[in-house]
Design a protein. Structure first.
Lengths: 110, 159
């Protein structure tokens, strides 16, 4: 389990890792919504996520919707194979902007 | 919802609490590998069971950290069978369905995942008269019958 937030070129980069399940989703949700409240575009790095279920996906969907309403961007970066499988199952891989790495995400956002 | 001829590999009884799910997933992961599933299919099975238990925690027990869940892991001639039993509020199966994926909102994906990932999933009241049972099957891979062939979903639980 790991979380970290840093700034890159004016955007917040949020690193999530480990297993995001019903037990951990509330803290992930709070982190994401707090970050949306900071008023910057967000990039969520999922490269270290080894498991994510519907509760974790729900946290990301809620953050995306809040960001949209606030006029902010929220993209996903370096999505692990485990997480990408779940986004595809939920047909959310076309809803979220998914970037292969941080460099391309920053370039796209810029 | 019995499974004639199925061999019980292991049965877990655990508190219906989110913080126990990491232990449950590890057991399911080990059982799936033991039955010869590859890593990708093992992940799918683990996710489906996680969603089933999550449904029980959230809906049968209202996420109040009360109650018990029993997970039976069985093996039949051609399938892995996973049976999730709770003893909470009985849910009317006729009112249960996965949500429309076009409706973008947080939550509501668990039943959809179970349908997509497993070959069958049957949901109904527990024969004990209290609670619910969700039984899922996944064809074992040595028979070459994995995937969606013959998939059924008689019931589901709105996550």
């Amino acid at each position: 389990m790991s979380e970290a937030v840093r700034e890159e070129q004016g955007r917040l980069v949020i690193e999530l890792g480990g297993e995001i399940d019903l037990d951990r989703a509330p803290e992930v949700r709070k982190l994401l919504l707090d970050c949306v409240g900071r008023g910057r575009d967000l990039l969520v790095d999922l490269s270290q996520v080894t498991y994510i279920d519907s509760s974790g996906i729900a946290s990301l969907v809620e953050a995306l919707q809040r960001a949209d309403r606030a006029g902010l961007g929220l993209g996903l970066v370096s999505v692990s194979a485990e997480a990408l499988r779940v986004f595809e199952l939920a047909r959310l891989d076309k809803v979220f902007a998914i970037h292969s790495d941080l460099g391309s995400a920053l370039a796209a956002a810029g | 919802m019995s499974t004639p001829g199925a061999e019980c590999l292991i049965e877990l009884r655990f508190p219906a609490r989110p913080d126990r799910m990491v232990l449950v997933r590890e057991t399911v992961r080990t059982a799936a590998r033991y039955c010869g599933f590859d890593e990708l299919t093992t992940r799918d099975i683990v996710l489906a069971v996680g969603e089933a238990c999550q449904n029980a925690i959230l809906h049968a027990y209202d996420n109040r950290n009360v109650g018990q869940i029993v997970l039976g892991i069985l093996r039949s001639a051609d399938s892995l069978v996973l049976r999730v039993t709770d003893y909470g509020e009985t849910v009317d199966p006729s009112k249960i369905k996965p949500r429309n994926l076009q409706d973008l909102r947080p939550g509501g994906l668990g039943t959809h995942f179970i349908q997509e990932l497993m070959d069958s999933a049957d949901f109904g009241p527990s024969p004990d008269g209290m609670g619910n049972v969700l039984q899922m099957t996944k064809k074992t891979q040595k028979t070459g019958k994995t995937g969606k062939t013959g998939k059924t979903m008689k019931r589901g639980m709105e996550p």
